[in-house]
Design a protein around this ligand. Structure first.
Ligand SMILES: [Zn+2]
Length: 172
């Protein structure tokens, strides 16, 4: 008897044709409610929990709390990593480099005066922006359910954050 050799459809998304969407929609184990991205980012930029907007997100200047002290949302899933520093450098550089250029062209101040003002401005602006941008990135990751944020808190899949490294291994 002749066996029908159907073309095996690969389940690997890398093998899918580029112009076609995914062969099957990604499985939705349970309907997780959509999270609005920009409100979460705005809450994070204010240094607040992206879920409730009330609890403080950070402690010790730049450390993200494991849980929100108000609503209990798990926050230790974040992987902000170098993102806040990158954005800080990007913004501070684009503000202070033109400021250096224009102040030198217009006023030609003494070098030590220019150095003092610009160095103080760079440091102050960086220290101001860094925790806010970190909050914004954590808010983005929370809203888009990146990393461990995809697991809803009612699921007992991820338990207490014994160590930050182990918790990430438990995601599906
Ligand atoms: Zn909260």
């Amino acid at each position: 008897m002749e066996e029908h050799h159907h073309i095996q459809r690969s389940t690997d998304p890398a093998d899918a044709p580029l112009d076609a969407g995914p062969a099957t929609p990604p499985p939705a184990p349970e309907a997780e409610p959509e999270r609005d991205t920009w409100p979460a980012i705005r809450k994070g930029l204010r240094g607040r929990c992206p879920s409730c907007g009330k609890g403080p997100l950070l402690h010790s200047y730049l450390k993200v709390r494991d849980q929100c002290p108000v609503c209990g949302e798990d926050l230790y899933h974040h992987r902000a990593d170098d993102g806040p520093a990158y954005l800080t450098i990007l913004i501070v550089g684009h503000i202070m480099a033109p400021a250096l250029h224009m102040s030198f062209v217009h006023w030609r101040p003494q070098p030590l005066v220019l150095l003092t003002i610009l160095a103080t401005g760079c440091v102050a602006l960086s220290l101001f922006l860094l925790p806010r941008l970190k909050g914004g990135i954590v808010g983005l990751q929370w809203a888009r359910r990146m990393h461990g944020f995809s697991v809803s808190p009612s699921e007992p899949r991820v338990l207490a954050p014994a160590t930050h490294g182990n918790a990430r291994e438990d995601r599906p």
